[in-house]
Ligand binder design. Structure first.
Ligand code: SF4
Length: 368
C-alpha cells in the first residue's frame, strides 16, 4: 500500500514515518495529535491504517438494545438513565417481557442483542442465566453481547462467587461477547467526580483481563467531553493498548461523546467537529493493536459518523432498536435507524457496507 508522503507538519511527518515502519507512536505523540488543528493530515495517517486493516469496508449491525432495568444502586452523577426503586420511571423487565421484546425484534431480523442495565440489588445470577437461555431458545445463532465490566463485578459480589465463575455460568447460558461500557475515563481524579462509586479503572481492566483469558472478546469504551484533559484521554488509550498487548482480547475501541442533559455533570461545552475528529483519528493511530474503531452514529450524530469513516473509523454501529441510555441523556438522534439508513451513510461516503455483529462473525464461541 502506498504510503502518503504529502504530510507537511513536522511532528505529524515523524508520526507518519513511525506508522509506516510499524513503530508504536508514544504518549507524547498522542497528546500532540489530540491538540493538532491539522486534521486533514491526521486523517491521512489514520486512513492509511484503516485501509490497511479493512480496505474500503465499513461495518454496521442490525441489533436491538435491551436495558433490562433502570434501577441502580450506584446513581453515578454522569448517568441520566438510572433511578431509585421508588421513582415513578423505575422499571424491571420480567423474563416474559424480555421474551416478547426479543421475539418481536427477531421477527424483524436482528442478528445481535446488546444487553446492559442498572445494578439492581435484588437480581440474582439465575435471572441473568434465564434471560440469556431464553434469548438463545428464540434464536440460537443470535450474538449476545451482554453486561459491562461494572455489572460483572457487581454480580460476583452479590452472588459471593468469583468473576470467573460468573463468566463460566453466563457463557453456558449463551453469552458470546462483552460490550465495553463502564470504562468511562480511567483517570482517578475525574472518575471520582463523574462516577465516584463505580469500580476503578484498574478494576475495569482486571475484569477485561479475566474475560479475555476465558476466551471472551470484548469492546472497550472511553467517555469524553466531560471533565477530562487531553492527557487523561492519552492515558486511557495507553492503558488499553498495554492490556491488549497481553491479551489480544479487545475487538473494538468505541469513544463515546458524553451527553449531559438530565445528568449532574455540567460539560464545558458540546464537542466541536474538530474535537471528535481528533479523538477518533488519534485512536486509530495510537491503538494500532485493536482492529476496529467504532463511532456510534447515535452518539456522534449520523453526519459526523459518516465523515469519521475518512478519519479511521471502520464501524458506525447498529440499528439499536429500543435504545434508552443515551437518549435519557439527551441524544438528539432518532432512537432507531433502519438498515437502509446505515447503508446509505456508508455508500454515500464511498465505502462498502458489511453487516456484522460485535464478534465480527467469529464463529467459535467462548469456552467451546
Ligand atoms: S452509569 Fe451504570 S452504574 Fe452508574 S448509575 Fe448509571 S446504570 Fe448505574
Amino acid at each position: 500500500m502506498k504510503f502518503p508522503n504529502n504530510i507537511t507538519d513536522k511532528r505529524l511527518k515523524i508520526i507518519a514515518q513511525k506508522v509506516y515502519s510499524n513503530t508504536l507512536v508514544d504518549f507524547d505523540d498522542a497528546v500532540y495529535m489530540l491538540n493538532t488543528n491539522d486534521i486533514l493530515e491526521l486523517g491521512t495517517i489514520a486512513d492509511f491504517i484503516r485501509t490497511r486493516l479493512h480496505k474500503n469496508k465499513t461495518f454496521y449491525g442490525v441489533n436491538m438494545n435491551l436495558n433490562y432495568t433502570n434501577i441502580c444502586e450506584l446513581r453515578c452523577p454522569l448517568c441520566a438513565f438510572s433511578c431509585d426503586k421508588e421513582d415513578k420511571k423505575a422499571y424491571l423487565f420480567s423474563i416474559e417481557e424480555i421474551k416478547k421484546k426479543v421475539r418481536e425484534a427477531v421477527d424483524f431480523g436482528i442478528d445481535e442483542i446488546h444487553i446492559v442495565g442498572g445494578l439492581h440489588p435484588e437480581l440474582k445470577l439465575e435471572y441473568f442465566e434465564e434471560m440469556l437461555k431464553t434469548i438463545k431458545e428464540i434464536k440460537p445463532d443470535i450474538n449476545i453481547v451482554a453486561f459491562t465490566a461494572v455489572e460483572y463485578y457487581y454480580f460476583a459480589q452479590k452472588n459471593s462467587i468469583s468473576i470467573e465463575d460468573v463468566f463460566k455460568r453466563l457463557i453456558k447460558a449463551g453469552l458470546d461477547t462483552l460490550p465495553g461500557g463502564g470504562a468511562e475515563i480511567f483517570a482517578p481524579d475525574v472518575r471520582k467526580i463523574i462516577a465516584p462509586k463505580k469500580i476503578s479503572g484498574e478494576q475495569w481492566l482486571e475484569v477485561m483481563y479475566l474475560a479475555h483469558n476465558m476466551g471472551l472478546k470484548t469492546n472497550a469504551t472511553m467517555l469524553y467531553n466531560h471533565k477530562e484533559s487531553i492527557e487523561d484521554i492519552a492515558d486511557h488509550m495507553q492503558k488499553l493498548r498495554n492490556l491488549q498487548d497481553k491479551t489480544n482480547g479487545f475487538k473494538t475501541f468505541v469513544p463515546l461523546q458524553f451527553h449531559s442533559e438530565n445528568t449532574q455533570i455540567t460539560t464545558r461545552r458540546s464537542t466541536t467537529g474538530f474535537d471528535d475528529i481528533r479523538i477518533y483519528a488519534t485512536a486509530r493511530i495510537f491503538l494500532s493493536n485493536i482492529p476496529h474503531i467504532k463511532a456510534l452514529w447515535m452518539y456522534v450524530g449520523d453526519k459526523m459518523a459518516q465523515v469519521l469513516q475518512k478519519f479511521g473509523v471502520d464501524d458506525i454501529g447498529a440499528t439499536y432498536h429500543n435504545e434508552k441510555v443515551v437518549h435519557a441523556a439527551g441524544a438528539k438522534t432518532p432512537d432507531y435507524g433502519t438498515e437502509q439508513f446505515l447503508k446509505r451513510l456508508i455508500t454515500t461516503a464511498g465505502f462498502v457496507p458489511e453487516r456484522t455483529t460485535a464478534s465480527y462473525n467469529q464463529t467459535k464461541r467462548p469456552g467451546r
